[in-house]
Design a protein around this ligand. Structure first.
Ligand SMILES: C[S@@+](CC[C@H](N)C(=O)[O-])C[C@H]1O[C@@H](n2cnc3c(N)ncnc32)[C@H](O)[C@@H]1O
Length: 323
């Protein structure tokens, strides 16, 4: 679905409900864009450019990018989460530049650009994972600490939720997800705990799952600075949203649709994502049409981490098409 500020669908926003959980959740979690200054420095949005924000979220990065693009640039704002996209649309109202809001998985970048009538873009921005709004809203089921349904779908129209995986997969399949996507060393014990807990019933809340994970661990691992179910939640979220396959596909497509002199900027939050970015950029650099804009990775400044602790695990990589 595409909504263009210049298109004929302006009424759609009003017709949609506000994000479930209400204005409070929204206000409290207006996502602080991570490494915003760095994104602007490397993308350098200017009038006339076409920029694709493949993970627009609540529109934090997009707003600053759009201000740089005004008046004659164009922003393509993609998110698979309809509620976030609506919030971004509201936030970008009056940004003074043409914006197209597209609800789609970024793995279909090619389809999105074709539908927008765009042959190539000057920059792609990927700020991966979920936003504070999604994390802090208990009904979305991403939070370990708040009681909520086991959902974890970024796109709530998709079919498979965390509930479906946990209550239907075999013990081996669950252990494999926890190991592959969470690098959870106790994957087998946790999978066994899950399968035992669902006998004759089903596991339906985030709190239930967090408790099952804690109980499955050896006693001395139950009390840690980071919640012991963090890896399990990460693994399920990645599996539900097929995040790693999407990223790999999207980066390959972004490279195909990048103008000469254009850049792809990716902010990742865990090693599995960063590995995919690193490998894709390495492959591209071998072609001599691309070069990394800086060696290795860039991280948020200590000041940013202090201001926004959620930025602490961010890693940025940027590549440029030179030929
Ligand atoms: C960290 S947030 C982005 C925040 C945004 N940069 C801002 O400043 O507000 C990541 C967003 O990407 C979206 N997302 C994650 N994977 C996606 C995918 N494969 N396709 C489309 N959107 C995705 C999530 O729904 C979420 O809204």
């Amino acid at each position: 679905m595409i909504w263009s500020r210049h298109g004929g669908n302006a009424g759609l926003l009003e017709a949609q409900a506000r994000p479930e959980g209400g204005d409070e959740v929204m206000k409290d979690s207006l996502h602080k864009p991570v490494m915003e200054e760095e994104v602007l420095r490397f993308i350098q949005p200017k009038a006339g450019m076409i920029v694709v924000d493949a993970t627009v979220g609540l529109g934090g990065h997009a707003l600053s990018i759009a201000q740089g693009l005004a008046p004659s640039g164009r922003l393509i704002a993609i998110d698979k989460d309809e509620e976030s996209l609506l919030a971004a649309k509201e936030r970008l109202e009056g940004a003074g530049v043409r914006c197209d809001f597209v609800r789609e998985d970024f793995r279909h970048l090619d389809r999105v650009l074709d539908r927008c009538g765009i042959e190539a873009a000057d920059a792609f921005v990927f700020d991966l994972g979920i936003s504070s709004y999604q994390l802090d809203n208990p009904v979305r089921g991403f939070s370990i600490r708040a009681e909520g349904p086991l959902d974890m779908r970024m796109d709530r129209s998709s079919f498979i939720s965390a509930y479906d995986l946990l209550n239907n997969l075999t013990e081996e399949e669950i252990a494999s997800i926890l190991w592959k996507f969470g690098q959870e060393r106790f994957s087998r014990r946790i999978a066994n705990g899950i399968v035992r807990a669902r006998q004759g019933t089903s596991i339906s809340s985030t709190k239930e799952l967090a408790d099952i994970v804690v109980k499955a661990l050896p006693y001395k691992f139950r009390f840690q600075r980071i919640h012991p179910a963090t890896r399990t939640f990460q693994a399920l979220r990645i599996a539900v949203n097929r995040e790693l396959d999407s990223l790999d596909e999207a980066l390959k497509k972004a490279a195909l649709y990048l103008n000469k002199g254009g850049r792809i900027c990716v902010i990742s939050f865990h090693s599995l994502e960063d590995k995919i970015v690193k490998e894709n950029f390495r492959e591209l650099s071998r072609t001599e049409r691309f070069r990394p804009v800086f060696k290795k990775i860039m991280r948020p400044t200590p000041e940013e981490i202090c201001r926004n602790p959620r930025s602490r695990s961010a890693k940025m990589r940027v590549i440029e098409r030179v030929k």
